[in-house]
Ligand binder design. Structure first.
Ligand SMILES: Cc1cc2nc3c(=O)[nH]c(=O)nc-3n(C[C@H](O)[C@H](O)[C@H](O)COP(=O)(O)OP(=O)(O)OC[C@H]3O[C@@H](n4cnc5c(N)ncnc54)[C@H](O)[C@@H]3O)c2cc1C
Length: 454
């Protein structure tokens, strides 16, 4: 019988396991998927002696937290590279660098539109700064920072594609967490003087040579040399509790049902799934709050190409709604080890609800839907395509709808009453984290247990 149980082997669960195991604790990590790493794993495709790799949506590593930065650096033994960011947006048939290149933007937009952007920004200063209009939606937040016309030009379209709903229905928390510090003013400062305090404008980032998953594969290997064990293709089916304590977890492993009575449980699986597995069932108020939290899913198409290179960019964003995908990435431009020499690959990301049109399409249908766009943009032709692969993910984005906080607080109050439960990570906390933030949560959860048991 092991003392500590961690649910989910993504960045949060693994970093928690690593911290506990290196402090002499024993325990198990249960992972539903066949491979560890969560949303930050890297997948390998072998094609006749050629190896192609892709992240599930490429992951740049950036953290202002020096401890987390050197923590990962030590894990990778410094085997990660500095990559100069190269990102573009394709809007109304024109390419725009990101962060903005003033001359190019001016040439593409024209004088009249530029003046309109400036006037609208000044209007937003009057409304939101001088008259202090209260910000209640994501749309209002973005209008206040950029002015209405610039926000509509390059932010609201893409946001609505990602979330599948109007910016009026999204909570401003999402902007506060994700594009904190970004505004018309900060973009101009960065453009003219290179002054940059905003995470989303960072010019260089770290990347492990063999994909972001290398971080988590290395952590997994380290954990497996200790008294901590990781079980893949394994997941909980019943979380039995009594008197505000998790007593027993029933789980499925290779078609067998087993159980464990952990002293401490750390969950990084979707919070809504955790609630649905609890036995006895939580009160109806909690079940309803959980039902009201929504998750956005993603579909991916990975195309391998008999072509040296498609673009010089790592990412290109496609905000226009008539284009079915939201973003493409060329993995070779992150690290040359991601594709064989003289070959390349493109990862295409589609944002979707589970069971909507894109979700239900098979790989041929998605390929045929998308290929004409790439041929039109002169990226590649049908004859350049070697193979294509199709995969899907649920629970990718916790949706910050206007009332998400109310529902989340109800669930948090209930879960916080369990004395031996800590819930962490992006799905576990229903929080839109990056890798570094999930790793930090994992380490902090481990430290809490270490302090409790000292
Ligand atoms: C397209 C995309 C691009 C991204 N780009 C970046 C980036 O550039 N930089 C960055 O820092 N971050 C990026 N992120 C965010 C990053 O992926 C997450 O912050 C990170 O993976 C969160 O780690 P986590 O452990 O909290 O959750 P997850 O990675 O979701 O891990 C949760 C784990 O729990 C497992 N699980 C789920 N249900 C069960 C169950 N019932 N039983 C057992 N196990 C279960 C899952 O299989 C998974 O392994 C990106 C994310 C996406 C989707």
């Amino acid at each position: 019988m092991k003392k500590i149980l961690i649910l989910g082997a993504g960045p949060a669960g693994l970093s928690c396991g690593m911290e506990l195991s290196s402090n002499g604790y024993s325990g198990v990590i249960l992972e539903k998927n066949s491979k560890i790493g969560g949303l930050a794993k890297t997948i390998k495709f072998e094609e006749n002696y050629y190896t192609f790799r892709t992240d599930i949506g490429p992951h740049r590593f950036f953290s202002k937290n020096k401890y987390i930065h050197s923590y990962i650096s030590n894990i990778l033994d410094d085997k990660w590279i500095d990559v100069k960011r190269s990102t573009m947006q394709y809007i109304d048939g024109k390419y725009f660098d990101y962060p903005i290149n003033p001359l190019q933007a001016f040439k593409n937009i024209g004088l009249i539109k530029t003046i309109k952007f400036c006037i609208d920004y000044l209007k937003s200063v009057i409304i939101y700064i001088i008259f202090k209009k209260k910000i209640e939606t994501f749309e209002e937040y973005i209008f206040s920072k950029f002015g209405k016309s610039l926000a509509k030009f390059n932010i609201t379209n893409y946001t609505e594609k990602v979330w599948g709903m109007s910016c009026k229905e999204l909570h401003p928390d999402w902007a506060k967490e994700r594009i904190k510090g970004l505004s018309f003013f900060s973009v101009i400062k960065n453009m003219l003087f290179g002054i940059n305090q905003t995470k989303s404008l960072v010019q260089y980032f770290k990347y492990p040579e063999n994909g972001t998953g290398e971080i988590y594969e290395t952590i997994g290997e380290k954990i497996c040399t200790t008294d901590f064990k990781i079980f893949e293709n394994t997941y909980p089916i019943k979380i039995i509790h009594n008197n505000n304590k998790i007593k027993k977890i029933e789980f499925k492993i290779k078609n067998l049902v087993k159980n464990i009575e952990p002293e401490h449980i750390i969950s990084s699986i979707p919070i809504t799934e955790f609630i649905s597995l609890m036995n006895p069932k939580p009160p109806i108020k909690i079940l309803n709050a959980s039902k009201n939290l929504k998750w956005r899913s993603q579909v991916y198409l990975f195309i391998t190409l008999n072509k040296k290179r498609v673009t010089k960019n790592q990412w290109i964003y496609f905000p226009n709604i008539n284009i079915p995908f939201g973003r493409i990435s060329e993995m070779k431009n992150f690290s040359k080890k991601m594709s064989p020499k003289n070959k390349t690959s493109i990862l295409i990301e589609y944002f979707t609800w589970e069971n909507d049109k894109i979700w239900k399409m098979n790989k041929e249908e998605i390929f045929e839907l998308s290929l004409p766009f790439f041929e039109k943009m002169n990226f590649f032709k049908r004859s350049d395509v070697r193979k294509y692969y199709h995969f899907k993910k649920k629970f990718v984005y916790p949706v910050y709808e206007l009332n998400y906080k109310k529902n989340l607080k109800i669930i948090e109050k209930y879960l916080n009453s369990f004395s031996n439960l800590i819930y962490i990570g992006r799905p576990g906390k229903f929080k839109y984290t990056n890798q570094d933030q999930s790793i930090e949560m994992g380490i902090n959860a481990a430290k809490k247990i270490i302090n409790l048991t000292l």
